[in-house]
Design a protein around this ligand. Structure first.
Ligand SMILES: [Zn+2]
Ligand SMILES: [Zn+2]
Length: 148
């Protein structure tokens, strides 16, 4: 478990960020974000729904999906397409990102290497392709698992 104070600070930052974007981090969106921040690894929408139902009895899938869409739009979380799961964004702004997904412990690290983004953009351009999204997910073993 991560320290609660750090999480409430992240939630306050997120609320301020949304406000700056002209959006509102409602109580429900804040709850969903808190669950993602508290998790040790990526959570699927279904896992989130289950957790949410402990706090909010009436929570239904559309509730969760709408909250997730909002959090993605405001750059507070990322969706991992291959795992179909969600993790907090370490940067909280719109950025090109690469994910390192450990198959052993399940941790996901977010890295931002402009050289990778540039190389991808260039390769796409060469093919006459106009990318709308450049999500890179690498499967493998994280540093701490590799050392065991
Ligand atoms: Zn991010
Ligand atoms: Zn690992």
């Amino acid at each position: 478990m991560k320290p609660q104070t750090a999480i409430s600070r992240q939630l306050d930052d997120a609320a301020a960020l949304c406000k700056a974007n002209g959006a509102t981090l409602t109580e429900l969106r804040r709850l969903v974000l808190a669950l993602i921040l508290q998790a040790e690894g990526p959570l699927t929408a279904y896992q989130l729904l289950e957790k949410l139902q402990h706090i909010r009895k009436g929570a239904v899938p559309p509730t969760v999906y709408r909250a997730l869409d909002f959090l993605i739009e405001n750059h507070l979380i990322h969706k991992l397409e291959r795992l179909n799961a969600f993790i907090p964004c370490a940067e909280s702004h719109d950025h090109e990102v690469q994910f390192l997904i450990c198959g052993k412990c399940g941790t996901v690290a977010e890295i931002e290497d402009p050289a990778v983004s540039k190389a991808l953009a260039k390769a796409a351009e060469k093919a006459g392709f106009h990318p709308s999204n450049a999500l890179v997910e690498l499967d493998g073993t994280c540093a701490s698992c590799a050392n065991h």
